[in-house]
Design a protein around this ligand. Structure first.
Ligand SMILES: Cc1cc2nc3c(=O)[nH]c(=O)nc-3n(C[C@H](O)[C@H](O)[C@H](O)COP(=O)(O)OP(=O)(O)OC[C@H]3O[C@@H](n4cnc5c(N)ncnc54)[C@H](O)[C@@H]3O)c2cc1C
Ligand SMILES: *[C@@H]1O[C@H](CO)[C@@H](O)[C@H](O)[C@H]1NC(C)=O
Ligand SMILES: *[C@@H]1O[C@H](CO)[C@@H](O)[C@H](O)[C@H]1NC(C)=O
Length: 538
């Protein structure tokens, strides 16, 4: 454990904070403070500063959105890679004492790069949890303790090594960091059967603002509620999640059926919107929409691909499809029966023949420059609405939309059970993306395109608030640019992500981190902070 501030330590810390004039001294002070606060001397910790030859390699290692690696974006003063839980405690204690702004990174998939970049322009450091990635599966009691830096792919793999009838309902992309991912809810292809990953978390270990490690019993139920969906970087640093594993059948079935406009895509999608949330809970059919070239005619068109996981064999799947969605025309030839762990690879876009061991690489498979947004749909979008959408997609270089069905378990869990509020009444969620390569030169053009698309969609999606998924972080919705955002300003974006749960998140934040130590462009504001600033009278 960490020994808390002796008077010697306080004296040293205050002397050090006086000399924080350059990043070199910031690094030095931090390292000295860590040495004093970290009992775990083996293995020793290291920091990687901007002048270190491996700085950029380390910075970009898990950074998903290349936009935020651009030279114009402020870089951290240094990257601290803890090798032990106690290093994380020491990092919080020292950053707090030395008034260093800290960002925490697990898997680096944040859409706005909030775990490794800052738009605020003041100095900051990264605490990178990449080396804390242990996964301990306990099949006897159907649980697993997983460390924040593990990827979801590693978690799935370790579960599958112990049992072929256990799984966990987290994200589809296998390189997501379990640490950041679950803080925002975390959905995947079993959400209609079992809900979100955050719905299936039963305990956690977190480093709070005082550098203490708390678990569910010591943090209390309010705090434990907030961290399961209240999003990353606001309430402390998650070290471990305890997961409730779920049953999966030995044989599952996957398929992908593409339909282009010329083959009735619009009408079929209209039908999908009416049934996707009402289907058998074992069936998850998402729709991946892209611009594509139709090979025979060489014409640019829209492709809508129905990409599905069924928790059962193909015989029963075909019966379900015949009854609920015959328009898709699913045939036995389209169906691939496989194990749950191979279905994970398939849904992530890998070949079913890929050995599951690739899940242990723990690295992002693809990186892009991208901008994304999200919406929730409660009434089917009429065909005329879809036609206007196609026109817009056809003029963009590399547009992508993913429609994600709700219903099933998602409708049975109440809006206030955890901070993630998008439950009953939602037919599906839309994710819009524009992807590009080759630098930030054309970024403004693509961002403008997606903002216009978002405006176009307003009549067809949820209103008051126009809801959004916090794990698809979108800074267009609003930003804290100073560590003192007012509640009214923050509610603008806060209610989109959390609806009525936002107020409870603010209350809990105020209790557990009154001085707003854990903050970023869209962190939950602390009323303690706002009041203190107001009291000063300027
Ligand atoms: C290619 C891709 C595919 C995706 N697919 C899905 C999907 O299928 N389902 C889904 O729900 N979402 C998906 N997402 C979104 C994803 O859930 C979020 O981006 C999530 O925040 C990623 O977590 P991370 O640890 O990888 O990211 P990071 O960038 O490391 O962290 C994200 C946020 O959480 C904070 N944070 C990180 N670690 C911790 C910690 N240990 N304690 C406290 N705060 C922390 C960070 O500071 C940051 O604010 C996808 C994203 C990408 C880029
Ligand atoms: C440079 O960074 C690496 C970690 O990436 C670290 O091990 C090493 O000690 C650093 N070198 C110096 C001189 O700080
Ligand atoms: C926050 O701080 C900035 C300057 O640091 C100031 O201009 C702004 O008025 C403050 N906002 C609030 C809500 O106190």
């Amino acid at each position: 454990m960490v020994h808390s501030g002796s008077s010697m330590f306080l004296l040293l810390a205050s002397l050090l904070s006086l000399s924080l004039s350059s990043s070199a001294s910031m690094e030095q002070s931090f390292v000295q403070c860590l040495a004093m606060n970290s009992q775990q001397t083996i293995p020793p910790f290291s920091v990687c500063a901007q002048n270190n030859a491996s700085f950029f390699t380390l910075l970009q290692s898990t950074a998903q959105n290349l936009r935020y690696l651009d030279p114009s974006v402020p870089k951290p003063e240094f990257i601290f890679t803890p090798l032990h839980d106690s290093h994380v405690q020491a990092a919080v204690i020292c950053s707090n004492k030395l008034r260093i702004h800290l960002r925490v990174r697990s898997g680096g998939h944040d859409y706005e790069g909030l775990s490794y970049a800052s738009k605020i322009g003041t100095p900051f450091i990264i605490v990178d949890l990449a080396k804390l990635r242990s996964v301990q599966v306990n099949i006897q009691d159907n649980t697993a303790w997983v460390q924040a830096g593990a990827t979801v792919g590693e978690v799935y793999y370790r579960i599958s090594q112990k049992s072929n009838v256990h799984g966990f309902p987290a994200g589809l992309c296998t390189s997501l960091g379990i640490g950041g991912h679950i803080t925002g809810g975390a959905y995947g292809s079993m959400m209609r059967k079992y809900g979100l990953a955050a719905d299936n978390v039963i305990d956690a270990r977190i480093v709070d603002v005082n550098g203490r490690i708390l678990d569910r019993s010591t943090m209390g139920e309010d705090y434990f509620w907030a961290i399961r969906g209240g999003a990353g970087g606001s309430f402390g640093i998650i070290l471990w999640w305890k997961l409730q594993l779920v049953p999966v059948p030995e044989t599952v079935t996957v398929f992908t059926v593409p339909k282009i406009l010329e083959l009735g895509a619009t009408q079929i999608l209209y039908k999908w919107q009416q049934i996707a949330d009402k289907l058998d809970e074992d069936l998850f059919i998402r729709v991946i929409i892209q611009a594509t070239i139709d090979k025979p005619t060489k014409k640019r068109t829209i492709s809508t691909a129905y990409n599905a996981l069924f928790l059962g064999d193909s015989k029963r799947l075909l019966q379900v499809m015949e009854k609920s969605f015959p328009e898709l025309g699913l045939t036995p030839k389209d169906c691939i029966e496989t194990s749950w762990i191979k279905s994970v690879l398939y849904i992530a876009g890998e070949s079913i023949k890929t050995p599951p061991e690739v899940l242990l690489q723990g690295k992002p498979q693809f990186k892009n420059y991208f901008k994304a947004k999200s919406d929730f749909v409660q009434v089917p979008i009429p065909e005329t609405g879809l036609e206007g959408l196609w026109k817009r997609l056809l003029v963009e270089d590399s547009p992508l939309m993913i429609l994600n069905p709700y219903g099933g378990m998602m409708s049975k869990i109440s809006e206030s059970e955890i901070p993630f509020p998008h439950r009953k009444g939602n037919l599906f969620k839309i994710q819009y993306l524009s992807l590009w390569q080759g630098g930030n030169r054309d970024a403004a053009k693509h961002i403008e395109w997606i903002r216009e698309l978002y405006n176009y969609m307003a009549p067809y999606v949820s209103k008051a608030p126009r809801a959004a998924y916090v794990n698809y972080r979108d800074l267009d919705l609003g930003m804290n640019m100073k560590n003192n955002m007012s509640l009214a300003e923050a509610s603008e974006w806060g209610s989109k992500y959390f609806k009525d749960n936002f107020n409870r998140l603010v209350e809990i934040k105020t209790k557990v981190d009154p001085d707003n130590f854990f903050w970023h462009e869209q962190s939950i504001p602390s009323l303690g902070r706002t009041k203190k600033i107001q009291k000063k009278g300027f």
